[in-house]
Design a protein around this ligand. Structure first.
Ligand SMILES: [Zn+2]
Length: 250
Protein backbone atom coordinates (compact mmCIF):
# COMPACT_ATOMS: atom_id res chain seq x y z
CA UNK A 1 0.00 0.00 0.00
CA UNK A 2 1.56 3.28 -1.12
CA UNK A 3 1.25 6.76 0.39
CA UNK A 4 0.10 9.71 -1.74
CA UNK A 5 2.02 12.99 -1.82
CA UNK A 6 -0.70 14.52 0.33
CA UNK A 7 -0.29 11.77 2.91
CA UNK A 8 3.51 12.11 2.89
CA UNK A 9 3.11 15.85 3.63
CA UNK A 10 0.42 15.33 6.21
CA UNK A 11 2.31 12.70 8.23
CA UNK A 12 5.81 14.17 7.69
CA UNK A 13 6.42 14.81 11.41
CA UNK A 14 6.01 11.13 12.27
CA UNK A 15 7.42 9.62 9.07
CA UNK A 16 10.69 11.42 9.92
CA UNK A 17 10.99 9.35 13.11
CA UNK A 18 13.56 6.59 12.43
CA UNK A 19 11.70 3.97 14.53
CA UNK A 20 8.51 4.66 12.59
CA UNK A 21 9.22 5.94 9.08
CA UNK A 22 7.31 5.24 5.90
CA UNK A 23 7.07 1.57 6.89
CA UNK A 24 5.20 2.43 10.09
CA UNK A 25 2.95 4.88 8.25
CA UNK A 26 1.98 2.24 5.69
CA UNK A 27 1.20 -0.22 8.49
CA UNK A 28 -1.17 2.33 10.02
CA UNK A 29 -2.82 2.90 6.64
CA UNK A 30 -3.32 -0.83 6.15
CA UNK A 31 -4.80 -1.29 9.63
CA UNK A 32 -8.49 -1.66 10.38
CA UNK A 33 -9.19 -1.00 14.06
CA UNK A 34 -12.46 -1.42 15.96
CA UNK A 35 -13.18 1.01 18.79
CA UNK A 36 -15.79 -0.18 21.26
CA UNK A 37 -17.31 2.83 22.97
CA UNK A 38 -17.18 6.44 21.77
CA UNK A 39 -17.11 7.89 25.28
CA UNK A 40 -14.30 9.40 27.31
CA UNK A 41 -11.66 6.87 26.22
CA UNK A 42 -12.94 7.00 22.64
CA UNK A 43 -12.76 10.80 22.64
CA UNK A 44 -8.99 10.52 23.06
CA UNK A 45 -8.42 7.42 20.93
CA UNK A 46 -10.51 8.35 17.88
CA UNK A 47 -8.90 11.75 17.07
CA UNK A 48 -5.39 10.38 17.60
CA UNK A 49 -5.83 7.25 15.47
CA UNK A 50 -7.62 9.18 12.73
CA UNK A 51 -5.12 12.02 12.86
CA UNK A 52 -2.13 9.67 12.71
CA UNK A 53 -3.53 7.89 9.66
CA UNK A 54 -5.01 4.54 10.71
CA UNK A 55 -6.75 3.53 7.48
CA UNK A 56 -10.07 2.20 8.73
CA UNK A 57 -11.92 2.74 11.99
CA UNK A 58 -15.07 0.92 13.08
CA UNK A 59 -16.77 2.90 15.87
CA UNK A 60 -19.26 0.85 17.88
CA UNK A 61 -21.57 2.64 20.32
CA UNK A 62 -25.32 2.41 20.83
CA UNK A 63 -25.58 5.47 23.06
CA UNK A 64 -26.49 9.12 22.51
CA UNK A 65 -24.70 12.14 23.96
CA UNK A 66 -25.92 13.29 27.37
CA UNK A 67 -25.14 16.62 29.03
CA UNK A 68 -23.16 14.96 31.81
CA UNK A 69 -20.86 13.32 29.22
CA UNK A 70 -19.48 16.64 27.99
CA UNK A 71 -16.89 17.16 30.75
CA UNK A 72 -14.90 14.15 29.52
CA UNK A 73 -16.17 13.20 26.05
CA UNK A 74 -14.35 15.96 24.29
CA UNK A 75 -15.26 15.18 20.67
CA UNK A 76 -18.87 16.22 21.41
CA UNK A 77 -20.41 19.71 21.68
CA UNK A 78 -23.44 21.06 23.54
CA UNK A 79 -25.51 20.95 20.36
CA UNK A 80 -24.76 17.18 20.06
CA UNK A 81 -26.80 16.25 23.15
CA UNK A 82 -29.37 13.62 22.18
CA UNK A 83 -27.58 12.50 19.01
CA UNK A 84 -25.81 9.21 18.25
CA UNK A 85 -22.22 9.05 19.49
CA UNK A 86 -21.22 6.66 16.69
CA UNK A 87 -22.58 8.99 14.00
CA UNK A 88 -21.02 12.07 15.60
CA UNK A 89 -17.68 10.27 15.87
CA UNK A 90 -17.91 9.45 12.16
CA UNK A 91 -18.47 13.16 11.38
CA UNK A 92 -15.50 14.06 13.58
CA UNK A 93 -13.22 11.66 11.67
CA UNK A 94 -14.50 12.87 8.29
CA UNK A 95 -13.74 16.49 9.18
CA UNK A 96 -10.32 15.59 10.58
CA UNK A 97 -8.81 13.34 7.92
CA UNK A 98 -10.18 12.48 4.48
CA UNK A 99 -7.71 9.61 4.17
CA UNK A 100 -9.43 7.63 6.93
CA UNK A 101 -12.52 5.52 6.35
CA UNK A 102 -14.77 5.29 9.40
CA UNK A 103 -17.81 3.10 9.88
CA UNK A 104 -20.29 3.86 12.68
CA UNK A 105 -22.12 0.93 14.26
CA UNK A 106 -25.03 1.86 16.54
CA UNK A 107 -25.16 -1.40 18.42
CA UNK A 108 -24.33 -2.60 21.90
CA UNK A 109 -21.80 -5.41 21.79
CA UNK A 110 -22.88 -8.58 23.57
CA UNK A 111 -21.88 -12.23 23.58
CA UNK A 112 -24.25 -12.94 20.66
CA UNK A 113 -22.98 -10.33 18.17
CA UNK A 114 -19.39 -9.65 19.27
CA UNK A 115 -17.62 -12.04 16.91
CA UNK A 116 -19.56 -10.82 13.86
CA UNK A 117 -18.89 -7.17 14.72
CA UNK A 118 -15.18 -7.58 15.51
CA UNK A 119 -14.07 -10.10 12.85
CA UNK A 120 -11.64 -8.76 10.27
CA UNK A 121 -10.00 -6.12 12.46
CA UNK A 122 -6.27 -5.84 13.13
CA UNK A 123 -6.88 -4.61 16.70
CA UNK A 124 -9.84 -3.99 18.99
CA UNK A 125 -9.71 -1.09 21.43
CA UNK A 126 -12.30 -1.40 24.16
CA UNK A 127 -13.16 1.83 25.93
CA UNK A 128 -16.64 0.80 27.01
CA UNK A 129 -18.03 1.57 30.45
CA UNK A 130 -19.24 -1.80 31.69
CA UNK A 131 -17.92 -5.28 32.37
CA UNK A 132 -20.55 -7.16 30.34
CA UNK A 133 -19.43 -5.38 27.15
CA UNK A 134 -15.72 -5.70 28.01
CA UNK A 135 -15.98 -9.43 28.62
CA UNK A 136 -18.05 -10.00 25.47
CA UNK A 137 -15.45 -8.10 23.41
CA UNK A 138 -12.61 -9.97 25.11
CA UNK A 139 -14.10 -13.44 24.57
CA UNK A 140 -14.69 -12.62 20.90
CA UNK A 141 -11.09 -11.40 20.48
CA UNK A 142 -9.75 -14.62 22.03
CA UNK A 143 -11.92 -16.71 19.71
CA UNK A 144 -10.91 -14.65 16.65
CA UNK A 145 -7.21 -14.36 17.55
CA UNK A 146 -7.38 -10.54 17.48
CA UNK A 147 -5.33 -8.43 19.93
CA UNK A 148 -7.44 -6.54 22.47
CA UNK A 149 -6.44 -3.25 24.03
CA UNK A 150 -8.68 -2.67 27.01
CA UNK A 151 -8.81 0.80 28.60
CA UNK A 152 -10.88 2.04 31.51
CA UNK A 153 -11.07 5.09 33.78
CA UNK A 154 -13.02 5.78 36.94
CA UNK A 155 -12.69 8.43 39.65
CA UNK A 156 -8.94 9.28 39.56
CA UNK A 157 -7.73 5.85 38.35
CA UNK A 158 -7.19 4.30 34.98
CA UNK A 159 -5.94 1.06 33.47
CA UNK A 160 -4.76 -0.01 30.04
CA UNK A 161 -4.09 -3.66 29.20
CA UNK A 162 -3.03 -5.34 25.97
CA UNK A 163 -4.04 -8.96 25.44
CA UNK A 164 -3.54 -11.57 22.75
CA UNK A 165 -5.31 -14.86 23.40
CA UNK A 166 -3.55 -15.85 26.66
CA UNK A 167 -3.62 -14.26 29.19
CA UNK A 168 -6.89 -12.55 28.28
CA UNK A 169 -9.00 -9.85 29.92
CA UNK A 170 -11.16 -12.54 31.53
CA UNK A 171 -8.07 -14.04 33.21
CA UNK A 172 -7.68 -10.62 34.83
CA UNK A 173 -11.24 -9.91 36.01
CA UNK A 174 -12.74 -13.40 36.30
CA UNK A 175 -16.31 -14.47 35.63
CA UNK A 176 -18.15 -12.47 38.28
CA UNK A 177 -19.05 -9.50 36.11
CA UNK A 178 -20.79 -10.99 33.04
CA UNK A 179 -24.22 -9.86 34.18
CA UNK A 180 -22.99 -6.54 35.50
CA UNK A 181 -23.84 -3.73 33.12
CA UNK A 182 -23.50 -0.85 35.56
CA UNK A 183 -22.23 2.44 34.28
CA UNK A 184 -19.26 2.85 36.60
CA UNK A 185 -18.80 6.53 35.75
CA UNK A 186 -22.42 7.24 36.64
CA UNK A 187 -22.11 5.43 39.94
CA UNK A 188 -18.61 6.38 41.03
CA UNK A 189 -17.76 9.55 39.13
CA UNK A 190 -14.68 10.38 37.09
CA UNK A 191 -12.56 13.49 36.73
CA UNK A 192 -12.81 14.64 33.11
CA UNK A 193 -9.09 14.55 32.34
CA UNK A 194 -8.57 10.95 33.56
CA UNK A 195 -10.14 9.18 30.55
CA UNK A 196 -8.27 11.65 28.31
CA UNK A 197 -4.93 10.66 29.89
CA UNK A 198 -5.77 6.96 29.79
CA UNK A 199 -7.17 7.16 26.25
CA UNK A 200 -4.08 8.98 24.98
CA UNK A 201 -1.89 6.27 26.54
CA UNK A 202 -4.07 3.63 24.88
CA UNK A 203 -3.72 5.38 21.51
CA UNK A 204 0.07 5.47 21.95
CA UNK A 205 0.11 1.75 22.72
CA UNK A 206 -2.13 1.03 19.73
CA UNK A 207 0.04 3.02 17.32
CA UNK A 208 3.25 1.41 18.63
CA UNK A 209 1.73 -2.06 18.40
CA UNK A 210 0.50 -1.58 14.82
CA UNK A 211 3.73 0.10 13.65
CA UNK A 212 5.97 -2.36 15.51
CA UNK A 213 7.64 0.29 17.68
CA UNK A 214 9.09 -0.63 21.07
CA UNK A 215 8.69 -3.77 23.17
CA UNK A 216 5.70 -6.09 23.12
CA UNK A 217 3.19 -5.23 25.84
CA UNK A 218 0.97 -8.30 25.56
CA UNK A 219 -0.11 -9.56 28.96
CA UNK A 220 0.80 -6.33 30.70
CA UNK A 221 -1.47 -3.97 32.57
CA UNK A 222 -0.62 -0.28 32.97
CA UNK A 223 -2.20 1.46 35.94
CA UNK A 224 -2.66 5.23 36.15
CA UNK A 225 -3.01 7.04 39.46
CA UNK A 226 -4.48 10.46 38.77
CA UNK A 227 -3.91 11.72 42.30
CA UNK A 228 -0.21 10.80 42.39
CA UNK A 229 0.03 11.43 38.62
CA UNK A 230 2.03 8.25 38.05
CA UNK A 231 1.94 5.12 35.92
CA UNK A 232 3.06 1.64 36.88
CA UNK A 233 3.01 -1.61 34.95
CA UNK A 234 2.32 -5.17 36.08
CA UNK A 235 2.25 -8.53 34.35
CA UNK A 236 -1.05 -10.40 34.27
CA UNK A 237 -0.83 -14.14 34.98
CA UNK A 238 -2.79 -16.50 32.74
CA UNK A 239 -5.61 -18.33 34.49
CA UNK A 240 -5.26 -22.00 33.44
CA UNK A 241 -8.97 -22.48 34.16
CA UNK A 242 -10.08 -19.40 32.20
CA UNK A 243 -13.18 -20.30 30.26
CA UNK A 244 -12.21 -18.00 27.36
CA UNK A 245 -8.51 -18.69 26.80
CA UNK A 246 -7.85 -21.71 29.03
CA UNK A 247 -8.02 -24.15 26.12
CA UNK A 248 -5.96 -21.91 23.79
CA UNK A 249 -2.25 -22.57 23.41
CA UNK A 250 -0.33 -19.82 25.20
ZN1 LIG B 1 -8.19 -15.93 29.83
Amino acid sequence: MTLSDDELDRYARQIVLPQFGGVGQRKLKEARIAIVGAGGIGSAVIPLLAGCGVGQLTIIDDDVVDTDNLHRQTIFRERDVGYSKADLALQYVQRLNRHVRAQPVQTRIDSENAQDLLAGHRLVIDGSDNFATRLAASDACVALGIPLLSAAAVQFQGQVGLFLQQPCYRCFVGDAFDADDCDTCAEQGVLGAVPAAVGSFAAMLALNTIAGVGDSHFGRLHLFDGEQLSWRAMRIPADPGCRACGSVEG
